[in-house]
Design a protein. Structure first.
Length: 122
């Protein structure tokens, strides 16, 4: 279904690419990680209410040796998102979810993360 959506995109410009990358990242990291999202609760240790969101600094690309690489690096092999705050994490230790590169570029989150981070840097 997602590949059909990719093929039916009318435009292949920066805005359309950013939207597609966001859809792929949301599908893999948010839909599949629904337990990481929910009502904002008060931190039991501090009483502070945290907002559950993903920032660009929480999206990390890694190369073959698991070292962090920039979005311009075509050989990135995995992408991870660090969920600093989520509904089941009352003391803000965070949770990391990682996906690895596949051979189907339009639908894999490593390419989507590179695409979004490269566009963001422009």
């Amino acid at each position: 279904m997602m590949f059909k959506m990719y093929k039916l995109r009318a435009l292949h410009d920066t805005g359309s690419d950013l939207m597609w990358g966001s859809i792929v990242l949301a599908f893999f990291f948010l839909d599949r990680s629904s337990e990481l999202w929910g009502p904002v609760t008060s931190d039991k240790s501090t009483g502070v209410v945290r907002t559950h969101c993903v920032k660009a600094s929480n999206v990390i690309l890694r190369g073959n040796l698991e070292t962090q690489v920039g979005p311009e690096e075509p050989e990135a092999t995995s992408v991870e998102v660090i969920f600093v705050s989520h509904k089941g994490n009352r003391v803000a230790h965070g949770t990391t979810v990682r996906y690895y590169k596949s051979n189907h570029a339009p639908l894999f989150p490593v390419a989507a993360a590179r695409l979004c981070l490269n566009i963001r840097a422009q």
